[in-house]
Design a protein. Sequence first.
Length: 478
Amino acid sequence: MKVLFATSECVPFVKTGGLADVVGALPAELCREGCEARVILPKYSAIAQKYKDQMRYIDNIYIKMGWRSQYCGVFDLKIGDVTYYFVDNEFYFGNDPIYGDISVDVERFAFFDKAVLALLQIIDFWPDVIHCNDWQTGMIPVLLRAHYPYDDRYNKIKTVMTIHNLKFQGVYDKKTIADVCELEDSYFTPDKLEFYKDASFLKGGLVYADYITTVSKTYSREIMSDYFGENLNGLLSAKADRVTGIINGINYEEWNPGTDGFIENNYNLRNFVSQKKLNKLALQKQFGLEENEGKFLIGMVTRLTGQKGLDLVECVMDNIFENGDVQMIILGTGEAQYENMLRHFEWKYKGSLASLIMFDNAASHKIYAGCDAFLMPSLFEPCGLSQMISMRYGTLPIVRETGGLRDSVEPYNEYENTGTGFSFANYNAHEMLGIINYAKKTWYDNKKSWQAMVKRAMKSDFSWANSAKEYIDVYNRI
Ligand code: ADP
C-alpha cells in the first residue's frame, strides 16, 4: 500500500498544533506496518536551517495559477523510513507565518494542492491513496477528478480526507477560488463546492474524497449534529457510511517521561512519586510560583482560543484561588482577549498563577512532568493530544466530555477505584469548578487513590500502533 500524506504542517519541520504531531508520527507507524508512506508539505521559510541543509533538490516545473505561471520546485529528505517532499515557491511560502489571512491562504494552498498532483510525475511516486488533511489540502480530491480525468495513473488514485478541526474550512469567494483552481462554474453548486454563496475548500474535499475520517469516534458523531457540525453536518450525515473516527496516538519517543531531555528528573511507574515532586519544585522555581510541593498544581498548555474553554477558566478564576491551596501554570498564545486575561490574573495572584504567553516546547514538557493535574475544558475537541501526553506523564487530566477527551479519559470512580482522570459534561464554569474541587480534594485527602490513578493513566496505551491499523483498514476498504 502506497500512501502520500498531503499536509500544511508536520513535526519536526513546522508545527502550530496537533495536525503537525499526527502527520509527524502516523506515516512512520504505517511504514512499520508494511506500507510505503511518504509526506508532502510546503517548503516554508520557517523550517529550521538544519533541515533545509539536508534537503536534496529534485527538479522544478511551472504551475498555472489563473493567468500566471508560477515556479514550483521540489526537494526531498528522508528521515527513518519516511520520505518527505517539500514544495518550493518563495512567493507563496517565503514569508514567515505558516498561516496568514484567508484571502492570501486561498491562493497559497490552491497552488500547493495543484503542485501535489502535478509533482507526482516528477517524483515518480504513484500512491494508491492520497491522504489529505484539513481544508488546506481539500482541493486535491476535487482537482484529481477535474484536471486528470483521462490519465490512468491518476484515475487509480483514491483519496482520504481527514478532518482535524471542522471549524476551519477555507471559505472564500467563488470567483477567486474558481480562478486560482481553474474550475468551471459547474463545480460551484450547493451539492459540490458552493457554501452559502461562497466556496469551501474543505467541503470540496468532503464531497470528492472516497473516504472521510476524523480524529475520534465521539467527534465523528458530534459533527453530524447542528451544534458541532459547522453547517456541514447535512453533508457529513449524507455520507455517514463513508465517515469514521480514528483516535490519534502520541509520539512515544518524543513524549516519554523516562527519557525526556527537557525535564530535570526522569521517572517511570516505580519512582514517579519522588521524581515528579522534584520536577514540580523546579517548575515552581523557574516560573516564579511559591516553591511548595504541598500545593495542588494545575497546568494548561493550549492555544488561547474560544475552543479551549478559557472563558470558563476566566469565570471562576477567583474561586479557584480563593482558599490559597491551588497553583496554576498556563502556557499558551493566541487571542489578545485571553492573553490579557491571563496577564491580569497573574498580576492578581502573583506566586499562585504563572501565565506564560509564548510558544515554548521545552516549557510544555516541564509542565506535563511537574504538575499534579492538567486542565482541558474544551468547548469542542476533535481529538486533543495534550490530555494524552499529560496522562503519559502521570499528570491527571480534568476535561470536558467532548470529542477525543471523552474517548481518551476515563472518569474517576472512587467506589470502584477506576479511571484515569476527571471529567464534566456541560459547558458550564461552575460544573468545571466542582470537578476541579473534587480533583483537589482527592489529591489532598486520598493520596493512595490518586497515586493508583496516576499509575493507570501512565499505563494507558496512546501509541499509534492500533490507530495505524485502523487507517490501513480504511485504505483497504476504498
Ligand atoms: P490543537 O491541535 O487543537 O492545538 P492538541 O491538544 O491536539 O490541540 O495539540 C496541541 C499540541 O500543541 C500539543 O502537543 C501541545 O503540547 C502543543 N502546544 C500548544 N500550545 C503550546 C505552546 N504555547 N507551547 C508549546 N506547545 C504548545
